[in-house]
Design a protein around this ligand. Sequence first.
Ligand code: NDP
Length: 476
Amino acid sequence: GSAQIGVTGLGVMGRNLARNLARHGYPVAVHNRSADRTRSLIAEHGDEGEFVPSESMPDFVASLSRPRAVIIMVKAGGPTDAVIEELIPLLDTDDIIIDCGNAHFADTRRREETLRAHGLHFVGTGVSGGEEGALLGPSIMPGGSVEAYAKLGPIFESIAAQVDGAPCCTHVGPDGAGHFVKMVHNGIEYADMQLIAEAYDLLREGLDASPGELAEVFRTWNEGDLESFLIEITADVLGQTDARTGKPFVDIVLDQAEQKGTGRWTVQSALDLGVPITGIAEATFARSLSGHADQRAAARELFADAGSKASVPDRDAFVDDVRKALYASKVVAYAQGFDHIQAGSEEFGWGIDRGAMATIWRGGCIIRARFLDRIREAYDADPQLPSLLVAPYFAKIVSESIESWRRVVRYATEVGIPTPAFSSSLAYFDGLRRGRLPAALIQGLRDNFGAHTYQRVDAEGSFHVQWAGDRTESPA
Ligand code: NDP
């Protein structure tokens, strides 16, 4: 065969990824379970580059040069396993299977192990940027072996988004590392969107402003440190008028947010690893709450007056407070996300370079933002940084934001606007910063009811008090 790489699964993402490869001069083999998708790709875009279409899997594999590289871009889960099973007998030692779907990293670890036993490379790859990214340059997060990356790297790096001359693609680490990082990326995306939504809610209430006016605020914010794709499209969505009713678009959309599952995966993994990603968790739960329509209706009826309506006296000061609270909370969300990556990397021995992850998220993906450069700089300056919050640049941002942050959370609490992500980020910050935590009391309680023992601030070892007896302490 002559094709340098192949794509099977020509849905929205697969078709655009194949076109992106062809446009960059790679002869690309294409295949889809139902052949009509393959035919329509060739009919509509066949002139964009060199496509080698096949209607059967054996023909598809035969059309590839060796070692073969096959991208699978089908529905995650069972369909991915089905396609892998179909490919195994058709491939030879050292061939590479690349799963660009949204797989759970545990599935990727399992598949990698199985395929390694067959002498095949399996590269679980996170791809972010949606439909447009896949075509014009996504952020690509490949896991798998170093050998596989030696072949794929140059191809992926050339089709990825480019920022300041650097590709938004790098080898993340072995087996499930790429899909893990993609998962955390999506979790951060949840937190980022929730924070923006809370900022919008606060501004709308506090300023008594129209969505159109708020679009202006976000447009201005996008010219400063908060510059990011999500802030940019927030201005876009808030500025939109519904054609049917003439109302602001945001007011005709049902206020129940979906979650496809990657937010849930992120939180589940963080619980397993013991990493407090409170911003991401609150964002995920906020979406769940929004979907509980019956409970919301019942509570609305009973507690309609439990909050108050209150515009703020100094509008400019309030806008500035909300901007600072948003930035500080965002720093917390990213700090937690990068902690999660570090914990996964340690648990599974992936050796992930966090600064490199910030680098490949600068373009192509949904959370692309100016401040990722600052994150990269922080990890470049100190690869062992205990928390992003203590890196000089971020420490300064947070220090300068504390008063605003507290004022905003106080205002939200007083008037009754739910700000779970703003509030929990502030609580996380205070938790880290406090000299002593009431965890000491919790240890006391645990020793009292369950003889779970405790440690002392002034001596080595574990201890237990005879709570039911003479209340003396003994070493455990
Ligand atoms: P689509 O729904 O557009 O396409 C699904 C594809 O999967 C089709 O090619 C379909 O083939 C194929 N497929 C489904 N079941 C099977 C099966 N049992 N055997 C063989 N092929 C099967 O999906 P997307 O392109 O949106 O998504 C593809 C993958 O990319 C998913 O894992 C998704 O999570 C991931 N992803 C999606 C993003 C997005 O923004 N949409 C972003 C990043 C990742 P057929 O035509 O024969 O039905």
